[in-house]
Design a protein around this ligand. Structure first.
Ligand code: GLC
Length: 408
């Protein structure tokens, strides 16, 4: 093609002026499969009141790690597939530091921010700028079969004792949790680690994952596999654990609160037989929940930031958070919804959930969190399947994390 033809064509591609683009503006985001149909309901309601905008939900793989890689691959490859970025809380520092997000400082004024739970907002902020609007929050909880055990256990050892007494393997195991080598394993491991008084990184920034407390935590966890947890637990993600528990194949389960709504559906064999409580802890230490949760950012690469914002403002409103709650069980991030009569009628435990959420602890906040997590995933998983000893696994993970965060 001669230069004379190419130049006008390039100019034209970058905005020919004149006729507006034909058809609606399409804004796209990637999320997990829409179990419950809440996202489709929200998008239908938005499109009905927003002529000219279409929202394209890409239902991707259930694992957060894989979806993070998909977003990262798109941004690294300079491909503008995603206008909205539906982000897990630990992704925020990396995505912001890489310049993949627009700041939302001017779009969400301070008064509007005050309506959200503080930890979710803190997790949406990087170096003083807001990059995400929280849509749903999360904190790890212990579920128990209230028809099989009289109450929730307080301590880790009590959980094991109660599980042994009530289990009947292989039909019904004592405990199921997220044991696969992926992010869900890290969130569960942290709850055990913290529950034993351990840390990954201390307040002075030193990596302390190879402490005696951490060793006790990982020994406890590795000791579950094949005794009160099925060996297959090392291949479980959230939904595998939820299905096992819902089918009556487990006495206890560690999972996020979304499972509650699904467990109580009329066709659930355990409806009405489920209790939910904070995670157990070691004697003398405190129960801890990992802070999870998701929210929307706007991709730096989108040509449609205003349309993207219109959808964010709509979806994160109280009404739409309720839709996602009732359909998919997701927990709202707006504090006022914890007093909402309709939500409390359906999920009475929400009153006791609020203190757990307010105390939920973040994973290490670092732009290289994905690598920190990968080191924990690899070695904790190796300990669960018996390929590494708990002490060896923690030493190796701690050394890798020291190299990642630059500690000598
Ligand atoms: C849930 C949490 C998220 C966490 C993930 C791990 O989706 O909300 O924060 O990373 O589970 O599997």
């Amino acid at each position: 093609m001669s230069r004379r033809v190419l130049v006008p064509l390039l100019l034209c591609l970058s905005g020919c002026g004149g006729a507006p683009p034909a058809g609606p503006v399409v804004i796209r985001f990637l999320e997990a499969p829409d179990v419950g149909g809440g996202w489709h309901a929200i998008i239908d309601r938005f499109e009905a009141q927003s002529p000219g905008i279409r929202v394209d939900l890409v239902e991707g793989p259930p694992s957060t790690d894989t979806r993070e890689e998909m977003y990262a691959a798109a941004f690294l490859g300079g491909d503008a597939s995603y206008d909205l970025v539906y982000m897990d809380v630990p992704w925020v520092p990396k995505f912001a530091a890489r310049g993949w997000l627009r700041t939302l400082d001017a779009r969400l004024p301070a008064a509007a921010r005050a309506a959200f739970l503080p930890a979710d907002l803190a997790g949406s902020t990087y170096r003083g700028h807001l990059f995400r609007v929280p849509m749903q929050t999360d904190a790890g909880m212990l579920y128990y079969r209230s028809d099989l055990v009289p109450r929730a256990p307080e301590t880790f050892d009590e959980l094991v004792r109660m599980a042994r007494a009530a289990q009947a393997p292989p039909e019904r195991w004592g405990f199921v949790f997220e044991g696969l080598q992926y992010e869900g394993l890290v969130t569960t491991f942290l709850e055990v680690l913290w529950g034993y008084g351990g840390r990954v990184i201390d307040d002075d920034g030193r990596v302390v994952l190879d402490s005696p407390a951490a060793e006790r935590a990982l020994e406890w966890m590795a000791g579950l596999v094949g005794t009160i947890a099925p060996r297959a637990v090392t291949a479980y993600q959230e939904e595998d654990a939820r299905q096992a528990f819902q089918e009556g194949r487990a006495v206890f389960m560690r999972n996020w609160p979304y499972a509650w709504t699904l467990l109580q559906k009329p066709d659930s064999p355990v409806a009405g037989k489920v209790g939910i409580a904070p995670m157990p802890h070691a004697p003398g230490a405190e129960s801890a929940a990992t802070l999870g949760g998701w929210g929307f950012g706007i991709a730096a690469s989108t040509p449609h930031p205003d349309e993207a914002w219109r959808f964010i403002a709509f979806a994160t409103s109280a009404d739409e958070q309720k839709v996602l709650h009732f359909r998919n069980g997701r927990i709202p991030t707006r504090r006022a919804l914890f007093d909402d009569p309709a939500i409390l009628a359906e999920s009475p435990y929400y009153r006791s959930l609020l203190p757990v959420l307010l105390a939920a602890r973040p994973r290490p906040v670092h732009p290289r969190y994905a690598e920190i997590s990968a080191a924990i995933q690899r070695h904790v998983s190796a300990a669960l399947v018996g390929r590494e000893t708990p002490a060896g696994a923690l030493r190796a993970a701690a050394d890798e994390i020291r190299a990642i965060v630059g500690e000598r």
